[in-house]
Design a protein around this ligand. Sequence first.
Ligand code: SER
Length: 319
Amino acid sequence: MKKVLVTGALGQIGSELTLKMREIYGADNIIATDIRKTDSDVALSGPFEILDVTDEKAMFNMAKKHEVDTIIHLAALLSATAEKKPLLAWHLNMGGLVNALESARELDCQLFTPSSIGAFGPTTPKDWTPQDIIQRPNTMYGVNKVSGELLCDYYHHKFGVDTRGLRFPGLISYVTPPGGGTTDYAVEIYYEAIKNKRYTSYIDKGTYMDMMYMPDAIAAIINLMEADASKLKHRNSFNVSAMSFDPEQIAAEIKRHIPEFVMNYEVDPVRQSIADSWPNTIDSTCAKEEWGFKAEYDLEKMTNDMLLKLRLKSLLVTA
Ligand code: SER
């Protein structure tokens, strides 16, 4: 990666990945794009352009103009929003990815795009879900993710495009909140614990999902993109996970820091049924073996850091 185009750069992953890559590769070499512009660090700390990823010509011209060798395609709708607006999800998630793949093919770029635990479905084995296993998701988001994985494989085998991807679990961070995901509760709970010392979970007790702290996710993207291509047996979308917990376990961990913290439940049937269709835990062995994936943060270490960083953030806001 020498010069990189990032789509969806203002989103949950993009806003941290862009800044990290600017530190490593130089600010001018990371071209951040999104459908809108804000006064954020991402927009102010290096090149920033407005880009609608569903516009094929605009995507190609942007990549060409900046002479990038890598496209990190992050613009997409998350699972709960995709379930509410399935056709929009198909249009944006698949249309955007095909445009990114076509630009990568024509301009000979390396391409990263995230897949998800959402690429699995109710008939997938739930515990220690292996890398290669049945994928029959019953959500539009899952349909998009499986189709995306297949497209990335196709572009690799047919056209030689250097496609790489990760099946991300729920990503937790204190910088940019996610929007419209099923795993978002595990981010909201920290904000609410600091602000109101209580949280009402829309996901039920006993529902286990894989999760990862954002610094591990950012490191995983960069390490995978830098990995020796000859070592990658799986061309895209490696299982990666750092921890798996249910709402009661994260609440108990928060209570160790904030003893007054109270957790209530008001289960949202849509997001609960999405969560029920996903694995409890996925097995990251292939990612470890093929390119050395490792995660530094478990639930305890992540909770220490999240609460510390969110407290500092609220002090800065009120100062
Ligand atoms: N965090 C995502 C979601 O909940 C899963 O990939 O939609």
